[in-house]
Design a protein around this ligand. Structure first.
Ligand code: G3P
Ligand code: CA
Length: 231
């Protein structure tokens, strides 16, 4: 079972920051999950919400700020909002990267950035899973390139995600642990999809995920999991 740090290591340090990614790497994760949005000048920035309000000392929509403007804001702890490029530079192909397309119109800029890195650095197509709840964006991705692994995020059920995953020729289905059942894991596997479940933060849920043989969990506490891989 692969272990992905959620938003880096969101349970240990400010989410979706370079520091968070660094902590996840220190715990030898198999992969890291991050959320991305496009800012006003077109660069991709790593932040969960549409607005700056919850996680930084700024206010308002990410898409209304230039990258230069965003640089003046930070998390409570003083950590900057990273760009996707900075995260790619930091990880440098050391682990898998699950990029969640959170903001609108992120598909084309994401492909451009990733292909630049694949051409010029240690990164390979296989290192990425691109996921989203916004299935329209996943269809746009599929139309643009067949090289990236696609993950279908669902808050409802594997059953809801299955027909979409089939049409997308997706790699994986990403359900919430809140709604997952063993039957659903089996169902996804029968049809040939990997299951990556979020957000798995306690020992019992980790055990259950392992018992159900999901391919991966996404956790806020990569430390807890990597220290106890024997669970
Ligand atoms: O990708 C899994 C998980 O991150 C989806 O929910 O709200 O944490 O982005 P959220
Ligand atoms: Ca996410």
């Amino acid at each position: 079972m692969k272990i992905f740090g959620h938003r880096g290591a969101a349970g240990l340090i400010a989410e979706n920051t370079l520091e968070s990614v660094e902590i996840a790497l220190l715990h030898n994760v198999d992969g890291i999950e991050i959320d991305i949005h496009c800012c006003k000048t077109g660069e991709l920035v790593v932040i969960h919400d549409e607005t700056l309000d919850r996680t930084t000392n700024g206010k308002g929509n990410v898409k209304d700020y230039s990258l230069e403007d965003l640089k003046q804001y930070s998390t409570q702890e003083g950590y900057a909002i990273p760009t996707l490029d900075q995260v790619l530079d930091l990880i440098d192909g050391q682990c898998l990267l699950n990029i969640e397309l959170k903001g609108k119109d992120t598909v084309i800029p994401t492909i451009k950035v990733l292909e630049k890195y694949i051409r010029n650095t240690n990164w390979e197509y296989n290192d990425f899973i691109i996921s989203s709840f916004d299935h329209e964006q996943l269809f746009e991705l599929k139309k643009s390139t067949s090289h990236f692994k696609i993950g279908v995020l669902t808050e409802k059920s594997v059953v809801e995600a299955l027909p979409i995953a089939k049409k997308l020729d997706a790699f994986s289905i990403h359900p919430s642990i809140e709604i997952l059942t063993r039957d659903q894991v089996d169902l996804a596997r029968e049809v040939g999809f990997d299951v990556y479940v979020w957000t798995v933060n306690d020992k019992e849920l980790i055990k259950k995920s392992k018992f159900w043989k999901v391919e991966g969990i996404i956790t806020d506490f990569p430390n807890f999991v990597t220290e106890k891989r024997s669970i």
